[in-house]
Unconditional design. Structure first.
Length: 140
């Protein structure tokens, strides 16, 4: 595995139409650090889940907003930092979905962040300087 030669970043609008741009960004970063196809697919899934949640819920309906995503490597970890200036929300505080319940018994929602936590080695949330900052890290 290799480190990124430089910090990579992309800024998306809170528009689901921009998800393919996210996928291309994540795949490029994963390829540069030498992740295999299976891990890259998982990373893409986790990032899409996290970013689509921001696209859908961070800003009031109809309000345009941006989501800045930055990728860095540090001490054998690949870090994706997702920042938005929408409504403060800590997805890590949400209780993990009870996957022992049947689909009918389970409340709607909560599986996305559960999935992100399963795929990533570390998920961290902060609210600083008026921004939600969600960091997803994976050992490389």
């Amino acid at each position: 595995m290799a480190d990124l030669k430089e910090r990579k970043s992309i800024v998306l609008n809170n528009d689901i139409q921009e998800v393919p741009l996210l996928a291309t960004f994540v795949e490029g970063v994963c390829e540069e650090v030498g992740m295999d196809a299976g891990t890259t697919m998982q990373m893409n899934l986790a990032m899409e889940e996290a970013v689509v949640n921001v696209m859908n819920y961070a800003y009031p309906i109809g309000e345009k907003g941006e989501i800045a995503i930055e990728a860095t490597t540090d001490n054998g970890m690949l870090n994706f930092v997702i920042k938005d200036s929408g409504t403060p929300f800590d997805p890590t505080e949400k209780e993990d979905a009870d996957t022992t319940l049947s689909a009918e018994e389970r409340p709607i929602g909560g599986l996305g962040i559960f999935l992100v936590k399963q795929i990533m080695d570390n998920v961290n949330y902060e609210y600083k300087e008026g921004k939600n900052v969600l960091t997803l890290s994976k050992r490389i």
